[in-house]
Each structure stands twice: as C-alpha cells, then as structure tokens.
Design a protein around this ligand. Structure first.
Ligand code: FE2
Length: 236
C-alpha cells in the first residue's frame, strides 16, 4: 500500500538558516527547494527485519560494559504516534547522548570532561505493538559547543525515529523539564513556535519512577502532521 504522508509543518520546524545558530548559515540551501514527488521509494521502508539489519536491541545503556556508568540513572520512555494519533509499532528508535559529565565518545569532542569507560552513549530499540519504547540510561550533562561566547547546550538526548517509511524518519532532540539553559540555546530556540518547542521537552514521570533505583521521564513522539515533533538537523 502506498501512503502519502503530510508535508512538514513549517511552523513546527526550525528554519534552514537561523543566524543565531551559526553553522546553519553555512549549510542552508541557497537555491529554492525542489518539491519531490512521493513515490514508493519515499513511502516505503524496512519493516519486520530490524533485528536482522541492526542486531538485537540495546535499550539498557547502563549494561553495555563491565561496570555501570556514573551519573543519575534514568528511564526514558513513551509512545511513537503518527499524525492520526495511531501508534507506530515495531519501528526503530535510536538514541545518542553525552555521558553524565557532558562528554561524547567522539574524536571531535575534546571538551575537558572525563569519558566514562562504562558508557558509550548509543542505544537502539524497537517500539512494541502499541508504539511504546523504553530506554534505561544516565542523565546527560550540559556541554560547551563554541557557537558563541560561553555557549552551553541544555541536557538533551538525540533521537532518530524511523517510522513506517523513509519519508517519516525523524531526527530530533529530547530535553528535560525546567532546564535553566533553555533561554540561551539557539538550537532549542530555532524552533520559534512555543508550542512546538514545548513538544521537545519530556515530562517528569513520578508514577513510573522506580523507587530506590531510577527517576523516569516520559516523551511521546509524533511523526509528521500538524502535531509533529520539531525536526533537528544537527549533530550537536
Ligand atoms: Fe548533543
């Protein structure tokens, strides 16, 4: 079956060029965009074979090494929905993040904060039949990123959600409620619509916090349509 997906909602997405976020100016297209038709290439994608393609799930990022990572253990969970509020089952959800000190396992990240030998910061999982996903990880730290003087990213986790087709793939960032760095972060504020910005912020989930073990944050993700989670085209 060929499904035609909604076009991106411009109000919910950051502009291609947002001067306060310096690198967008260099990479933004200088020519008008060409609208591509949606053919079967765009409206289909892998399904039912993610384990074969990607290997088994790595949803517990605190158990990928000999010991446990340092930091505040957290559960991050939620539902992936489509624009019609239907759950997106068995879809690939990938996350990557800094460790508790705000350092990535990446050559370019030379921020003087320690790496954690027990934390890689990359995980993947599939949603269940109700579109539900769950990760166990540690809360990522804030880190400096050189965009402007004294620039620091709020705590965030990068998400890639594949969805049902190549066209519905969404790359975005999840933030934590009440972060004091929100007003100073051009990436967060490049999503200029306040309601769209709020959709990037998870909710503290006391009910699903595990006593004496881990705090919990809930974050639902909507693919495309009027309620779409803002797109993120950056690796920071
Ligand atoms: Fe980042």
């Amino acid at each position: 079956m060929v499904e035609i997906y909604n076009r991106e909602d411009d109000k919910a997405q950051p502009p291609q060029s947002f001067p306060a976020y310096a690198s967008t100016v260099r990479r933004a297209p200088s020519q008008p965009l060409v609208r591509m038709p949606q053919t079967v290439t765009e409206t289909s994608g892998p399904a039912g074979c993610w384990d074969e393609l990607m290997g088994s799930a790595m949803a517990d990022m605190t158990r990928q090494h000999k010991g446990e990572p340092l930091g505040e253990r957290i559960i991050v969970h939620g539902q992936v929905l489509d624009e019609n509020k239907r759950p997106v089952p068995e879809t690939l959800v990938e996350i990557w993040q800094a460790n508790a000190c705000g350092r990535y396992v990446h050559l370019i990240d030379q921020h003087p904060a320690p790496l954690d030998p027990n934390f890689t910061g990359a995980g993947r999982s599939l949603t269940d039949k109700n579109g539900y996903y769950k990760f166990i990880t540690v809360k990522p730290g804030a880190y400096p990123w050189g965009n402007h003087a004294n620039a620091w990213r709020p705590n965030h986790i990068h998400f890639s959600v594949f969805g049902q087709s190549f066209l519905t793939r969404l790359v975005t960032q999840m933030y934590f409620p009440g972060d004091y760095l929100f007003p100073y972060d051009p990436i967060f504020n490049s999503v200029t619509d306040e309601k769209a910005r709020a959709r990037m912020v998870s909710t503290f989930d006391l009910e699903n916090t595990v006593p004496d073990w881990a705090l919990c944050f809930r974050w639902n993700i909507v693919l495309r349509g009027r309620e779409a989670t803002p797109l993120d085209t950056d690796e920071h």
